[in-house]
Design a binder for this molecule. Structure first.
Ligand code: AMP
Length: 215
């Protein structure tokens, strides 16, 4: 099963990706996570990506396409498919990906599109806090901790992503509208898009997603 999961920042891509990965045993590839790992390890790719990411801008297509292709080539031989999260983000990336995978078993089959209104996205993102120790994710509006800014499970002080600030978010949502909507239209023309109303509780959304994928 080869999937793209798409949606604006804060639409729940990360949450549903973990569930999809567990349920269907496919390889989860998050371009944002790969960049963050490279930044942490201070690689050349990380240093270049950071200059764009800190401002909420997209990393240039050429760099991302190459990184995704390398990752796909290195999937285990017995891989049951992939779940690409955060890619393709531009029409150029989509076309390059189609071209790279055309006629191979790695062509994308389904594009899940998580649809959430912008005002909800703002609260989801600006309220997001993560425990750097156990990985638990909180939200100051929707899922607060018992003690302010301290993890309920391991009492570690919570952190937030460097690009989860108001200024950067406005740019990211603008970029999303400008660059990524055409990608959805591109795959709608290929009848591959499954539109999911993602402004509901987890179970309702998951029921929709799994029903679509199992059919
Ligand atoms: P994400 O974790 O998916 O929200 O990605 C965080 C940041 O990484 C984005 O704001 C971009 O700067 C960069 N990034 C991730 N995926 C891509 C992509 N497919 N194309 C360009 N930039 C990307």
């Amino acid at each position: 099963m080869n999937l793209f999961i798409m949606g604006a920042p804060g639409s729940g891509k990360g949450t549903f990706s973990s569930r999809l990965k567990d349920q269907y045993q496919i390889d989860h590839i998050s371009t944002g996570d790969i960049f963050r790992k490279n930044i942490k390890e201070n690689t050349a790719l990380g240093q270049e990506a950071k200059t764009y990411m800190d401002k909420g801008l997209l990393v240039p297509d050429e760099l991302v396409n190459k990184m995704v292709l390398d990752t796909l080539r290195n999937l285990p031989a017995d891989s049951k498919g992939y779940l690409l999260d955060g890619y393709p983000r531009t029409l150029e990336q989509a076309k390059a990906f189609d071209e790279m995978t055309k006629g191979t078993p790695q062509e994308v089959e389904t594009v899940l599109y998580l649809d959430v209104p912008n005002e909800v996205l703002n609260k989801r993102i600006l309220g997001r806090r993560t425990c750097p120790n156990c990985g638990e994710i909180y939200n100051i509006y929707f899922k607060p901790t018992k003690v302010e800014n301290v993890c309920d499970h391991c009492q570690t002080e919570l952190t937030y992503r460097a690009d989860d600030n108001e200024e950067s978010l406005a740019v990211r949502l603008g970029e999303y509208d400008r660059a990524t909507r055409p990608v959805i239209e591109h795959y709608q023309d290929q009848n591959k898009v499954v539109l999911v109303d993602a402004n509901r509780d987890f179970e309702a959304i998951w029921t929709d997603i799994s029903a679509n994928l199992n059919s």
